[in-house]
Design a protein around this ligand. Structure first.
Ligand code: ADP
Length: 501
């Protein structure tokens, strides 16, 4: 545990934290109509570091009106090359403000600095540039048919891909800036306007990002940011009759609420929800690569990650060696404040989340799983829990069934069962987001990948993320795909036009 140093924060970050944080609507900074604020806490110290506005239904109404006006006024009509240029300028702004964004992300979310820097550089900037480059490549098709029953004569049918309209984006706390960018980049490239509601626990990087949006030349009202609680601001956005689409990342439970809130105007919905992803390790796997791969798959972001590989199925021949290796890695993590560069394992996001994870750990022990390492909170300030590994886990245990969203790895064995039998165990979950297969036999790798019922399966790595790789869930892990061409398509609608001549 390494929390004791003076925290290194730049002057710019300190100034931002001390400033008054308002709502960003129609290019103006305004107070919420509630007059109420939400404290923002550093999860590594439990200290309040800022206060943000608690947005209301009225604030959401104002933000949606502003997004509608901006859509109709110019954003959807400006030449796509210009849209691309503006988005590239926004990427330049992220690069120019990289250290402040990284520091704020660490303070707000608790993630280790190395991870904040890596994710902002490799995912944030790359994502934005990737979707910026798509803007001028959006086009329809011509379709060579003569529709019957209209009129005799020659005809031409063509399709256009139009922006879907006003988008409501509701994002979670586990990777706040990346999720803001993941929603904004394809929406803006497609010509949509957006009302973004960050998670109440982690609103800071989105608010700092709003200043970069102002500088980049994105017209007023194209992006509006309303901080607030899910049950108030989030719900008002999901229910809003003038919002054309909701894009949501968060828990499956809230995803279901969003679906029912959205039915009023049948707005389109994209959902990226929970996961309980399997990691299947065969006895020919290269353990030198597999052991760190398995540890990272689960403990990345302290396990607060929808793609986390939390259920390992390992061949009995190599079970003990794998467990020993992953245990050594888990025990080698430097737990502590993310601003201290050498720390690589941060706190959970909140006291509630820590208590929830501890409840699962106790339940795992009482249900008969073997605790290999971890299992404790640290005694100091901050919502820390040690990386925890269980073996002798069975499918009926709560730790194997539920998405814990914490650093808890469950390991089960298999022997010489068929691939189908192993896949049946791997698929015994209501989720289907990610998964991985570790083997030196490429045929086994592909066969197993085909049998795993998830939107994404990786072979000899876990959760490969790239702006061009479609990502999303099967079963109760979600609706639709983000990233890549499919991710852009989620912000477009097709219009078919036929002319008879
Ligand atoms: P997690 O379980 O990961 O905390 P949630 O799914 O609770 O994530 O929250 C993700 C986002 O959904 C947050 O921005 C939160 O404010 C928002 N949210 C929570 N409840 C609702 C709701 N009923 N309607 C709309 N948004 C909500």
């Amino acid at each position: 545990m390494n929390n004791k140093h003076e925290l290194p924060i730049s002057e710019e970050t300190r100034k931002f934290l001390e400033s008054k944080h308002l709502l960003f609507i129609n290019g103006e900074w305004i107070e919420s109509s509630s007059g109420e604020i939400i404290p923002v806490v550093d999860p590594a110290t439990e200290e309040k570091i800022a206060e943000v506005q608690s947005g209301t239904k009225d604030d959401i109404d104002l933000a949606v009106r502003s997004a509608r006006n901006a859509l109709e006024a110019e954003w959807s009509k400006i030449p796509s090359h210009d849209r691309a240029q503006i988005l590239h300028r926004l990427s330049d702004e992220i690069e120019a403000n990289f250290s402040v964004l990284s520091e704020l992300e660490v303070l707000d979310n608790g993630m280790p600095m190395q991870l904040a820097q890596y994710s902002i550089a490799s995912h944030g900037v790359t994502l934005l540039r990737y979707f910026a480059s798509w803007a001028p490549k959006i086009h329809g098709k011509t379709i060579p048919v003569s529709p019957g029953g209209v009129m005799n004569g020659d005809s031409l049918t063509y399709t256009k891909r139009e922006p879907i309209g006003v988008v409501g984006a509701i994002i979670p706390w586990n990777s706040p800036l990346i999720f803001a960018i993941l929603k904004l980049a394809p929406a803006l490239a497609a010509g949509c306007t957006v009302v973004l509601k960050p998670a109440e626990l982690t609103p800071l990087t989105a608010l700092y990002f709003a200043h970069l949006i102002e500088k980049s030349g994105i017209p007023k009202g194209v992006v509006n940011i309303v901080t607030g609680f899910g049950e108030t601001a989030g719900d008002a956005l999901a229910k809003h009759e003038d919002v054309d689409k909701i894009t949501f990342t968060g828990s499956t439970e809230v995803g279901k609420k969003i679906v029912s809130s959205s039915v009023g105007n049948l707005k389109k919905v994209t959902l990226e929800l929970g996961g309980k992803s399997p990691v299947v390790v065969f006895n020919d796997a290269d353990l030198e690569k597999t052991i760190p791969g398995v540890a990272r798959a689960c403990f990345f972001l302290q396990g607060q990650n929808c793609m986390a590989g939390t259920r390992v199925f390992v061949h009995e021949d190599i079970h003990d060696e794998l467990v020993e290796g992953v245990k050594n890695m888990a025990e080698a993590f430097q737990i502590g404040h993310g601003l201290i560069q050498t720390n690589d394992f941060g706190p959970l996001i909140s006291g509630d989340q820590r208590n929830r994870v501890m409840k699962y750990i106790k339940q795992g022990i009482s249900e008969g799983a073997t605790l290999v390492c971890g299992g404790h909170e640290t005694n100091e300030k901050g919502f820390f829990i040690e990386p925890t590994i269980f073996t002798d886990v069975t499918a009926d245990m709560a730790i194997a069934r539920d998405e814990i969203f914490g650093p808890v790895l469950c390991i089960e064995k298999f022997n010489n069962e068929s691939l189908e039998a192993i896949a049946k165990r791997a698929n015994e979950t209501t989720y289907g987001l990610s998964g991985s297969v570790w083997t030196n036999d490429i045929a086994t790798g592909h066969r197993m990948a085909a049998l795993i019922d998830s939107g994404q399966v990786s072979i000899n790595c876990h959760a490969a993320v790239d702006p061009a790789i479609p990502f999303g869930g099967n079963k109760q892990s979600g609706w639709g795909r983000e990233f890549g061409e499919e991710g852009l398509g989620a912000y477009l609608k097709t219009k078919a036009t036929t002319v008879i001549y």
